[in-house]
Design a protein around this ligand. Structure first.
Ligand SMILES: *Cc1c(COP(=O)(O)O)cnc(C)c1O
Length: 442
């Protein structure tokens, strides 16, 4: 991280003339070349600041292409029901009409529904937006057939590249047969993005879409597609992070990272599946680089919610994984290549231990409302109260597994009502009147 703070990277103005940023130009050209090689696309635009902005840029490129061919009537965008919410939102922003494609019981794109929809909208078809591997965490075997089908009807393929971490070195959007994708450098290529930023969502495009990539008045005022962000090279300052990551990993290292990410997800899926069923797998029982644990089964059986499990995970020392997306009431786990086997095991042990706590409710020994889960997480204050009237012990609340006795994270607050909090905003800054008083005194 240190190099991005060096003045040579940090203090260049986004609008500085080309002859004052020769190093940046070289670094960005190399990064673009590597990303082209990784994706098998003809060109890359580093301008979009996020995946969502990349979707917007990519769809503008598709529309630019259709319009240049006189196909102004191609405005239908097909989106599978498993898509990330940004997909239909971006399509809407570009002025496309979204038509949803259903998924089958295995979570895959329903090919019969796709065939029917491309037939129905054939002459109005703009594109299909797909994600590979799918947001359900599965490598869909029909993905190339889906691309062919859409191409036969004159449509383009937008492949959402947010899951590129499961492709790098093994396959690519180009091989799959798509025309344009965004990559999330803040997901696959190491840019830290906790707390909402900063991001980089470059797009890669096939040859025929090259003229329709985002441009900028400072670069080419006459380009068919204008800018999608204020600065010509978007979040340029953080590009060295991805540059360094790719440079240091090399082709073999990047491929190994992909393999490890897939292995880690499958390891978790296999170890935890008897505690919580894995919602979707491929025909051979494997997942891609992430897996959805179906926590709804315990909700249906004994009323333990995904929130109860997420809050209890805090006591075991984990920030909860993605909740209720892409399937409500479930938990999605993407361990990535970065976690050690010991850490993966610590997580699996926690999930299995939580399942045992739920079994106490199933056995009728405690109600869900009185259970150790419903009141999680536990603060120091909560477990050191003078009087303890819960039906479970303080030890069970604070140290459900022995390893926590030597290393435990203590949360600053106990269970809060998330929904209430979200709907009742509290302004913690002083009111303007207070500033006025201070000014008078001064
Ligand atoms: C993260 C993600 C996006 C959006 O990317 P942002 O950089 O958060 O805007 C789009 N699609 C999928 C599948 C994602 O996981």
């Amino acid at each position: 991280m240190t190099p991005v703070t060096w003045p040579e990277f940090a203090n260049i103005h986004p609008f500085s003339p080309a002859d004052q940023r020769a190093g940046y130009t070289e670094m960005m050209a190399q990064l673009s070349e590597w990303l082209s090689e990784i994706t098998d696309y003809a060109g890359i635009s580093l301008q979009p600041n996020s995946g969502a902005q990349g979707e917007y840029a990519g769809l503008l490129a598709i529309q630019g292409y259709h319009i240049a061919r006189g196909d102004t009537h191609r405005t239908i965008c097909l989106v599978p029901s498993s898509a990330h919410g940004t997909n239909p939102a971006s399509a809407q922003m570009v002025g496309l009409d979204v038509v949803v494609i259903q998924c089958d019981s295995q979570g895959n794109i329903d090919m019969a529904d796709l065939a029917a929809k491309v037939e129905q909208y054939s002459d109005r078809l703009s594109c299909l937006m797909i994600t590979y591997p799918s947001t359900h965490g599965v490598f869909e075997t029909e993905v190339q057939a889906a691309c062919d089908l859409v191409h036969q009807h004159g449509g383009q393929i937008y492949l959402d590249g947010a899951n590129l971490n499961a492709q790098v070195g093994l396959t690519s959007p180009g091989i799959i047969g798509s025309d344009v994708s965004h990559l999330n450098l803040h997901k696959t290529f190491c840019i830290p993005h906790g707390g909402g930023g900063p991001g980089v969502g470059p797009i890669g495009v096939a040859e025929h879409l090259l003229p329709y990539m985002p441009s900028h008045p400072l670069l080419d005022p006459d380009a068919p597609v204008g800018p999608v962000s204020a600065a010509p090279f978007g979040s340029a300052m953080i590009l060295p992070i991805s540059w360094m990551y790719i440079r240091m990993m090399g082709p073999d290292g990047l491929t190994q990272a992909t393999e490890n990410a897939i292995l880690a997800a499958n390891y978790i899926a296999k170890r935890v599946k008897d505690a919580f069923p894995v919602l979707y797998t491929d025909a051979r029982g494997f997942v891609a680089h992430e897996c959805i644990l179906d926590t709804r089964v315990v909700k249906d059986a004994v009323g333990v919610t995904v929130d109860d499990i997420a809050k209890r995970l805090i006591d075991y020392g984990f920030h909860a994984p993605t909740m209720s997306w892409p399937v409500a009431g479930t938990m999605m786990i993407e361990p990535t290549e970065s976690e050690s086997l010991a850490e993966l095991d610590r997580f699996c042990d926690a999930m299995i231990a939580i399942r045992a706590e739920i079994a106490e409710i199933e056995a009728g020994r405690v109600s869900a409302d009185d259970s150790v889960l419903r009141h999680a997480p536990y603060t120091v204050e909560a477990v050191t109260q003078e009087v303890w009237e819960r039906p479970f012990s303080r030890t069970q609340a604070a140290f459900p597994v022995a390893a926590l006795k030597t290393d435990r994270y203590w949360p600053p607050v106990g269970r809060i009502d998330n929904v209430f909090g979200d709907r009742n905003l509290v302004c913690s800054c002083p009111p303007v009147s207070e500033y006025a008083e201070t000014t008078e005194v001064a």
